[in-house]
Design a binder for this molecule. Structure first.
Ligand code: ADP
Ligand code: MG
Length: 250
């Protein structure tokens, strides 16, 4: 059974259809990649799921709850956490406190001491343990993305929506990130990840959904997607996206 299912999701901005009837489903425990050229509608889909933007048409069900009319706070409380493509930390709070906000939001009634301990554990998990007392403004962009991830994990969500959190990583950091996703998978967390880096998509996702101009153009296992003519065509003249798929096996 699907944990999250969208049918006919449509969202226009002015005359532009950012999403033109997208259908998708994510099963519990699955790690699904959401890819497509720039402007394909990937972030808009995450915004529609999380209630940041209300879909014009379509239905979105999460664990039996219809999301399309719920405000973002209620959707988050159902157990959906996201990261933002442009990190949005609370600048006046420390790194630790930023994660504590996620913990306390997601697990209401957690005593502060327990929330701090949980936040520390999550910071260690994402490799930010030694930055806990810093302010977000002293973090690099890569560290800020990890902070976003830590806040999302800290909330205890069942479903994580990750929007290009791996951009700009060194090969070593990429390996760490792949290991981290493996551990999230072991915890039974379901992930829908927008990602341009084919290396990581090919290694961690069991299924890939491809959007182009706000429509599904393909869906399948990584190896199928890498040789899908429609997908290759969508990327031609666009970004280098699908290259790197061939060396992703190792
Ligand atoms: N808030 C917005 N206002 C106007 N247009 C938007 C807004 N958000 C996205 N769009 C447009 O919708 C299309 C899809 O954008 P987006 O979902 O960000 O693409 P992706 O994440 O796949 O690169 C783009 O043409 C973008 O310019
Ligand atoms: Mg985007």
């Amino acid at each position: 059974m699907s944990l999250l299912e969208g049918r006919g999701i449509t969202k226009s901005f002015g005359g532009l259809a950012a999403l033109a009837g997208v259908d998708f489903a994510v099963r519990e425990g699955e790690i699904v990649g959401l890819i497509g050229p720039n402007g394909a509608g990937k972030t808009t889909l995450i915004n529609a799921i999380t209630g940041v933007h209300r879909a014009d048409r379509g239905t979105l069900a999460f664990d039996g709850h219809e999301l399309t009319r719920l405000p973002p706070e209620r959707i988050a409380r159902l157990g959906i956490a996201r990261t933002f493509q442009i990190p949005q930390p609370f600048h006046t709070l420390s790194v630790l406190q930023n994660v504590m906000v996620g913990v306390v939001f997601g697990r209401r009634g957690t005593p502060m001491k327990a929330a701090a301990a949980e936040a520390r554990a999550v910071l260690d998990f994402v490799g930010l343990g030694d930055k806990a007392s810093l302010e977000p403004q002293s973090l690099t962009i890569v560290e800020l993305r990890r902070l976003e991830l830590a806040r999302a994990i800290g909330s205890g969500a069942r479903l994580l929506l990750l929007d290009e959190i791996h951009a700009g990583l060194t090969p070593r950091e990429l390996e760490d990130a792949i290991a981290m996703i493996g551990k999230l998978r072991e915890r039974g967390i379901t992930i829908l990840m927008v990602e341009h880096l084919m290396r990581i998509i090919m290694r961690v996702c069991e299924r890939i959904i491809v959007l182009d101009f706000g429509k599904n153009i393909a869906e399948g296992a990584p190896a199928e997607i890498a040789r899908n003519p429609d997908v290759i065509r969508a990327y031609l003249g666009g970004q280098p996206a699908i290259q790197g798929a061939s060396d992703a096996g190792g």
